[in-house]
Design a protein around this ligand. Structure first.
Ligand SMILES: Nc1nc2c(ncn2[C@@H]2O[C@H](COP(=O)(O)OP(=O)(O)OP(=O)(O)O)[C@@H](O)[C@H]2O)c(=O)[nH]1
Length: 349
């Protein structure tokens, strides 16, 4: 029985920026993850190139367990309800914004949704590096979209010189209010940026992104790795709720995702807290410690242009070496503000 909430990612970007290319890439190299993709029409999704396991109405299931739905705006809610049923078993859902709704409308809808099985997974804006200046002239609203984005994929970097790319990263980053900017070619980003990957052992028999790195040889692999930084933090000393919240309040914008478990020790001995942060969005979710589980805080932080050592130091500072206010209920209040009251329904088969 799974109580996991499925992250729903909104994928936006102007005409021709590379959204469909990125989706095809994700679907093809899902690494054993079950991805649901919602588009306006099947159009350029390369369904034929991926083995199709079946089709029911406007939903196509692919041989690797991924699903692709073509829906219009009015059907979206109902489809999300269907796609997020635990029995479908998806790990992430990506909604392509174009044609369905303005990205901010979708984000608002997801944040306000009373579907207990979903959690907001971020707004990803794909930008055509070669056309950025032209796009800005023709569509000044790109500034608004970028300001809302949690992650910017600066695509088509093969079409600009390295110097220009550096300038573009800075310019786009400024519009995006410091949000993480990840360069890509043909939408090839590590899926880990969008959702929790399955542990390697569970990927057996599927082509994982690591295989893709290996297959492509050093150059492209190095390029992908340089696109973002990933840092893990583990502590067997419990974290102090207030200190952690101060850290989270001040987290740098370039820190795109934080995921993992937090041990608040004596402040809540019964529960561990799943932490899910994407862009500015933050959520804690208490769940009883599994019997026999080691009491550890384990976090993974993913970002672009962030100071890994500095983050590690700041997190170490959240450790509560000498608990003084344990038992004071109000110490947890700050954390509880970010707990979602909704409980997902039990899994049904
Ligand atoms: N050179 C280059 N071309 C790319 C890259 N990514 C995508 N393309 C090409 O750009 C074109 C548009 O890509 P799409 O993925 O269809 O873009 P889109 O954002 O889905 O476009 P719409 O659905 O029309 O909004 C296609 O011909 C892609 O092959 C890239 O990194 N470099």
């Amino acid at each position: 029985m799974s109580k996991r909430q499925i992250p729903v990612v909104v994928l936006a970007g102007f005409l021709g920026s590379g959204k469909t290319t990125l989706l095809n890439q994700l679907l093809r190299f899902s690494g054993g993850n079950r991805i649901g993709v919602v588009v306006n029409d099947f159009g350029a999704i390369e369904i034929d190139a991926m083995s199709v396991a079946g089709q029911v109405g406007s939903t196509v299931s692919l041989g690797n367990g991924c699903l692709c739905c073509a829906v219009d705006g009015s059907e979206l809610d109902a489809y999300l309800e269907k796609l997020t049923r635990p029995s479908v078993g998806l790990d992430v859902i990506v909604i392509e914004a174009s044609g369905l709704a303005e990205p901010q409308e979708l984000v608002r809808m997801l944040l306000g949704s009373d579907n207990p099985n979903i959690v907001y997974g971020g707004l990803v804006e794909v930008v055509d590096a070669a056309e950025f200046d032209t796009t800005r002239e023709r569509h000044p609203e790109i500034a608004r979209h970028l300001a809302l984005a949690d992650l910017v994929v600066l695509n088509k970097t093969d079409r600009v010189e390295p110097d220009e790319l550096r300038q573009l990263r800075a310019a786009v980053g400024a519009f995006a209010d410091g949000a993480a900017v990840v360069p890509s070619t043909y939408g090839r980003i590590d899926p880990e940026l969008l959702f929790d990957g399955k542990p390697k052992g569970e990927r057996f028999g599927q082509l994982s992104f690591d295989d893709l790195h290996d297959r492509d040889g050093g150059d492209e692999g190095a390029h992908l790795h340089a696109a973002y930084d990933s840092l893990s933090f583990t502590s067997d000393v419990a974290l102090h709720p207030r200190r952690l919240l101060d850290f989270l309040d001040e987290r740098p914008q370039g820190l795109y995702r934080i995921k993992g478990f937090v041990d608040f020790g004596a402040y809540d001995p019964r529960n561990r807290y799943t932490l899910h942060a994407v862009g500015r969005f933050l959520r804690f979710r208490p769940e009883p410690w599994p019997a026999g589980a080691e009491r550890l805080t384990q976090l993974v932080l993913i970002g672009s242009g962030v100071d890994g050592d500095g983050l590690h130091r700041a997190l170490s500072h959240c450790r509560d070496d000498e608990p003084q206010d344990a038992g004071l209920e109000e110490v947890m209040w700050g954390v509880l503000r970010y707990v979602d009251e909704r409980e997902p329904e039990p899994a049904v088969e």
